[in-house]
Design a protein around this ligand. Structure first.
Ligand code: PLP
Length: 435
């Protein structure tokens, strides 16, 4: 496949790439694997370094689904599932995922985009950012931000430009103001913005459509890409389904990241990048130099599931997940209102897994959480871990409502309240000079 065929976006993508990314070349062996998958069966390949599946100890993998259906991988199908594949992904899965994305997002100029299977959202995130963020490059981030971004770009001495959020996500006027200030001071302008439009980690906000449109217009005006890392896209608790940035992307500047971690299994390690073909081609080259491709077995399992269920049953599954987590969201909000009244503040999360709790009486929650949390029998995440500048104090805490049982959740929030009260009492005592 020539990835540049049919690219109708009028964008020069080389302006966004790092020097390292521009220097990457494809490995001939990887290209041969791609060719081998697209040639007729009559062609005999002696070109690749594939092992002979007859030597593998596995003869059958059978999988039962909780809806009563099942499937078996054996013979040629099992052999394919245990073998090397092209870096872009298992070809039959790529076809199904393309159709899935087209239906779910109806992206403009669909033929100018490609999908790429990655080993989870974090893998996609790191490869996408490393194609674009080089030493000292600035990147716009929602603040607070998912720490998986910091770990990728901090070693590159990249500059994080934090943009304030409210209960509806990143605030467009703050974004514009920050860009205007940089331009006026002749500072390097950002090439990309990182965002979680639905169920932001850690705040749980969902950005309304009008705001998404405003941010997209600003991206066009200031010529930056939008990396929408959106693993909670189908896990919204709002009445209306959110519309993705991809669905608004007329100029080919959105890199959409999906993950199956939260909706099928995090252990499968499967995610999808959907973006303009030249951007996907750059990221694929990076995969060729690292893990070659996302695990084939996981890709085949996902393929079989999507074939058995089809789009509609997958959507039905997402609907069930939404009501499952919404019930948990309601419960944590209820117990937090009960136990944290007067000592902490929070907004009701509109999607995702997390309650973002602010404790106005404590300047920084880090030590309280990391040093004294366990002795109080409670583990939560300290807010500073999610700050664009992690060295700054932060009075927030992130609590997940995804996994603990209802009973545990109640006890956990009760213990958190005690931990906070003890900390507040300790601070008061220090203020009064009683060390
Ligand atoms: C916003 C965000 N991005 C990426 C990830 C990583 O997920 P994956 O398991 O798909 O790598 C997470 C996981 O918590 C997340 O919350």
């Amino acid at each position: 496949m020539n990835k540049f065929n049919g690219n109708k976006f009028k964008m020069d993508y080389s302006q966004f790439k790092t020097e390292v990314s521009k220097r990457r070349r494809s490995a001939a062996t990887r290209e041969l694997t791609k060719i081998a998958y697209s040639t007729p069966h009559s062609v005999i390949s002696l070109a690749e370094g594939m092992p002979n599946e007859e030597t593998f100890p596995f003869t059958e993998i059978s999988i039962k689904l909780n809806d009563g259906s099942d499937f078996v991988l054996e013979g040629n199908e099992l052999a394919a599932a245990l073998q090397y594949i092209p870096s872009q992904g298992f070809p039959p899965l790529l076809q199904v995922i393309r159709e899935f994305q087209r239906k779910a997002h109806a992206p403009p100029l669909w033929d100018s985009r490609e999908v790429l299977i990655v080993a989870g959202g974090q893998d996609g995130l790191s490869k996408a950012l490393e194609a674009i963020i080089g030493p000292g490059d600035p990147i716009l981030v929602q603040n607070p931000v998912y720490p998986g971004v910091n770990v990728v770009i901090t070693p590159h001495n990249a500059e994080l430009i934090p943009i304030e959020q409210d209960d509806y996500g990143v605030i467009p006027i703050c974004l514009r103001k920050r860009l205007q200030e940089r331009e006026a001071s002749s500072l390097k302008m950002p090439k990309i913005m990182y965002i979680n439009a639905t169920g932001a980690n850690p705040t749980g906000t969902v950005m309304p459509l009008e705001r998404r449109k405003q941010i997209y217009r600003i991206a066009c005006e200031y010529n930056f890409l939008i990396l929408d890392d959106d693993p909670y896209h189908f896990m919204y608790f709002t009445d209306e389904a959110p519309r993705s940035f991809l669905s608004l992307d007329t100029e080919g500047r959105v890199i959409r990241l999906d993950s199956f971690s939260k909706v099928l299994s995090s252990g499968l390690r499967i995610g999808v990048i959907t973006a303009a073909s030249p951007l996907v081609a750059s990221i694929e080259l990076h995969m060729q130099s690292s893990h070659l491709h996302a695990p084939t077995l996981s890709q085949v399992i996902l393929y079989k599931l999507l074939k058995i269920w089809g789009y509609d049953k997958m959507m039905e599954h997402f609907r069930r997940i939404r009501s499952f987590y919404k019930e948990r969201r309601d419960l944590i909000v209820k117990v937090a209102e009960e136990h944290l009244l007067g000592i902490a503040e929070f907004s009701v999360p509109s999607a995702g897994f997390f309650l973002w709790i602010k404790v106005p009486g404590i300047e920084d929650t880090w030590k309280m959480v990391m040093q004294r949390g366990v002795t109080h029998g409670i583990l939560v995440a300290p807010g500073a871990a999610f700050m664009a500048d992690t060295s700054k104090p932060c009075n927030a805490i992130r609590a997940s409502f995804a996994k603990a049982s209802y009973k545990e959740m109640n006890v956990a929030i009760e213990r958190l309240a005690l931990l906070i009260k003890d900390e507040l009492a300790k601070n008061r005592s220090i203020l009064n000079g009683n060390t």
